[in-house]
Write a protein that binds this ligand. Structure first.
Ligand SMILES: C[S@@+](CC[C@H](N)C(=O)[O-])C[C@H]1O[C@@H](n2cnc3c(N)ncnc32)[C@H](O)[C@@H]1O
Length: 360
């Protein structure tokens, strides 16, 4: 019998605690709070959110159709409180405008791959399992790792290993790959991993597998992960209602840096230095909810090793800039200049329920 894929949600209780005030605040205005889980995966966090916040509806986004299918089955008992959307999370602005026109109450981004994706050998994410070199989260489109390894120039391979893998031996690996593929193409991961291992001098064999950083780099390139995140974080922040909250869980430093920088930027005053009084339009748009980055406890790390590298960052929306004064284009601020007044003007009118699923 086939095993049911598993994924233990990381920092689950902390995530729920951080999101709760945003949902309660919006529910208190009479508007149905809408949560967006931008990385639905197997729906572990989403299931907990739907159970903990019975007034809320939840839109779950995933680019992986298998994950979406499994989550839909898992979350079916919540009926139309759950909507699954097949999309890349950088489309969060449009998805929020469609399903939460009054602003989103809470957003979760639990970045990276799921345990299911790592466990299913045929997806090619794990260097420890021989498989076709695929690594696409969305297997319905896009370039595979095998195509990158076969087609990218030595220069491009070195660049992605350096930038996305922070790999010191990037140049050496790129050269060896190009030499080897001229004789015989790589199709499976075991063959590729062996080349990386052979190209790693014994003197620099460090703790951890020599192919770890190269696999991370290929996965990031295959899925355009950093570009998607760079677009998604500002769009997610723009889509929050006042009092709405975002929680982001990152598992590697490149992703965490993008999240940290954007949250810090949007949580800082823009008042020019020396101005005696901070004008309302210079006030920070967000407030950081966690000092530094939240980490898993020793106990959680022991129970779920995937939680070991996690960095949690979270923020609450304080205000929505007036039209024309925003730091970046905020399409929603055109129609709702200030959600504080918008909330009271709208009184206790219930929000339009989210529309049914738009993609499968
Ligand atoms: C760490 S898992 C989420 C696990 C989930 N929180 C749970 O409890 O089951 C990350 C999920 O996000 C998806 N994902 C990663 N990057 C994405 C992107 N740019 N757009 C949409 N989904 C993405 C992956 O396919 C994966 O299913």
């Amino acid at each position: 019998m086939e095993e049911t894929p598993q994924h233990t949600p990381v920092l689950l209780e902390r995530t729920l605690e951080l999101l709760a005030p945003g949902i309660e605040r919006i529910a208190a205005t009479g508007i149905v709070p809408v949560l967006i889980d931008g990385t639905l995966g197997l729906g572990g966090h989403s299931e907990a959110m739907l159970s903990r916040f019975p007034d809320a509806r939840l839109v779950g986004i995933d680019r992986d159709t298998s994950a979406l299918e499994l989550s839909r089955a898992r979350l079916a008992p919540f009926g139309d409180r759950f909507i699954g959307v097949h999309a890349v999370y950088d489309e969060i602005g449009e998805i929020a405008a469609e399903h939460a026109p009054d602003g989103v109450a809470g957003i979760l981004l639990d970045l990276g791959v799921s345990s299911m994706q790592l466990d299913l050998a045929e997806r090619g994410f794990a260097y420890s399992k021989d498989a076709p070199l695929d690594m696409r989260m969305d297997t319905t489109r896009g370039i595979t790792a095998a195509e990158i390894i076969a087609e990218y120039s030595e220069f491009e391979l070195r660049r992605i290993f350096q930038e996305y893998g922070e790999e010191k031996l990037a140049g050496r690996y790129a050269r060896k790959i190009v030499q080897r593929r001229a004789e015989r193409p790589f199709t499976r991961s075991a063959d590729f991993v062996q080349l990386i291992a052979d190209a790693t001098p014994a003197a620099v064999q460090r703790a951890g597998h020599p192919a770890k950083r190269v696999f991370q780099a290929l996965r990031i390139e295959v899925n355009g992960e950093l570009a998607a995140l760079e677009a998604a974080v500002p769009a997610a922040l723009d889509s929050l209602a006042i009092g709405g909250r975002i929680v982001v869980l990152a598992y590697q430093s490149l992703e965490d840096r993008i999240v940290k920088q954007e949250l810090q930027r949007r949580s800082s005053s823009t008042a020019p230095a020396g101005l005696p009084v901070e004008l309302p339009e210079h006030r920070p748009e967000f407030s950081l909810l966690v000092r530094g980055a939240g980490r898993a406890t020793e106990q959680e790390m022991a129970e779920n090793p995937r939680a070991t590298p996690v960095r949690l960052r979270a923020a609450e929306r304080l205000r929505i800039p007036e039209r024309g004064s925003e730091r970046r284009s905020d399409s929603r601020s055109d129609s709702r200049p200030d959600a504080r007044s918008t909330d009271s003007a709208r009184g206790r009118r219930p929000a339009r329920p989210p529309r049914p699923e738009r993609a499968s």
